[in-house]
Design a protein around this ligand. Structure first.
Ligand SMILES: Nc1ncnc2c1ncn2[C@@H]1O[C@H](COP(=O)(O)OP(=O)(O)OP(=O)(O)O)[C@@H](O)[C@H]1O
Ligand SMILES: [Mg+2]
Length: 337
């Protein structure tokens, strides 16, 4: 049966060992091809099962992509949407820690991985769940890494979702490219920046990158915008506090003696300015909030710890603008190329 990939030779005959070996190899190849086909079919199905797919990118590291990705997912879920969150950061996956899911057990059934369930019912999948030792660095060469991402996309049983948020490592490397090529129907990219010049410059690169991979830019989020401190003193009195760089900042308390001052730790408004310049929507800004750092360490996101707080409100308004963009996108006005 030279033309069949499956051998029908009886096993055990020494004269046939060579053929049996070849057939084992062929069987493995067939098995692989079958899995690949199933994966492709599942990925194809994701187009209809998942209404919106959003990638979260930034040119520069540490600007708050994972914080924003988890915040968007939680904020959408709190509005009753079915949400998935996929952490594609293979070398430094930290979404599970941010959501208190470090010890989550994943269920694998019929070759499909079932995501962990996070706060507000968000379905979470992260490479961190698949690593044996979270403290061991992962060093994967390009093709293996890309293969793992493709498998990662095709082997997760998401079920029906309103939105899938995808968190990436910093930069415009292979990961977003591979995802954009493997996953059909990506709605767009949310670019996270801080208001510093360097971060803004890098976010321009992300916008151009999105254009080259023909994925629409949903807009820019300015993170770590301003840090507001509040206090109480005599009503209608003048308050002077020492701002960054030793520059005093004055303000006035109100009739009840309350006062507040916003310190622009990394300047402010740069995200809005650069999105105007680059003609992409501005989605809103998030305050600098030390509670975000604490929440990231404790595994209780700020939105969950303080659902009516300033940060949760800022996320809510960003989500509203994104939903508006998605609605426009479904009328195809958002396609760049
Ligand atoms: N608005 C904010 N206010 C205060 N701290 C913040 C804010 N956003 C993020 N952080 C903190 O900044 C650090 C980096 O955030 P995060 O991990 O979300 O960035 P990232 O862009 O995903 O980083 P990486 O590039 O390593 O993936 C974290 O310690 C996080 O808690
Ligand atoms: Mg991150």
């Amino acid at each position: 049966m030279a033309d069949s990939p499956v051998s029908h030779h009886p096993a055990g005959s020494s004269a046939e060992t060579g053929n049996a070996e070849a057939s084992n190899e062929q069987r493995a190849q067939m098995e692989q091809a079958y899995q690949q086909m199933q994966r492709k079919m599942r990925i194809g199905k994701m187009e209809e099962q998942i209404k919106h797919k959003i990638m979260v990118l930034s040119g520069k590291g540490g600007v708050g992509k994972s914080t924003v990705a988890t915040g968007l997912a939680l904020s959408l879920a709190r509005e009753g949407k079915k949400v998935g969150l996929m952490d594609i950061d293979i070398t430094g996956p930290n979404v599970p820690k941010m959501l208190g899911l470090e010890d989550a057990d994943l269920n694998v059934e019929e070759g499909q991985i079932h995501p962990a369930e996070g706060p507000a019912g968000v379905k979470v999948i992260s490479m961190a769940f698949l690593l044996e030792d979270p403290d061991k660095p992962v060093i994967w060469r390009g093709p293996i890494k890309l293969g793992a991402i493709q498998q990662f996309i095709g082997d997760v049983a998401w079920g029906e979702l309103d939105a899938l948020i995808i968190d990436f490592p910093p930069g415009t490397g292979d990961e977003p490219l591979t995802v954009s090529q493997s996953l059909p129907g990506i709605d767009g990219v949310v670019i996270v920046t801080t208001p510093q010049e360097v971060a803004l410059l890098d976010s321009r690169k992300s916008i151009n990158f999105a254009k080259t991979i023909s994925v629409p830019v949903l807009g820019v989020v300015e993170n770590m915008s301003g840090y507001t401190i509040r206090g109480e003193s005599e009503p209608n009195s003048k308050i002077s506090i020492m701002g960054p760089g030793g520059v005093p900042i004055d303000c006035q308390s109100d009739n009840d003696g309350r006062w507040e001052v916003t310190l622009n730790v990394f300047k402010s408004g740069g995200g809005e300015e650069s999105s105007r310049e680059l003609e992409v929507p501005f989605l809103g800004s998030l305050p600098f909030d030390p509670g975000i750092v604490r929440g990231g360490d404790d595994g209780v996101h700020r939105i969950i710890a303080e659902p009516e707080g300033e940060t949760a409100k800022a996320f809510k308004s960003i989500v509203e603008v994104i939903v508006e963009q998605l609605e426009k996108g479904s009328q195809r006005s958002l396609r760049i190329i």
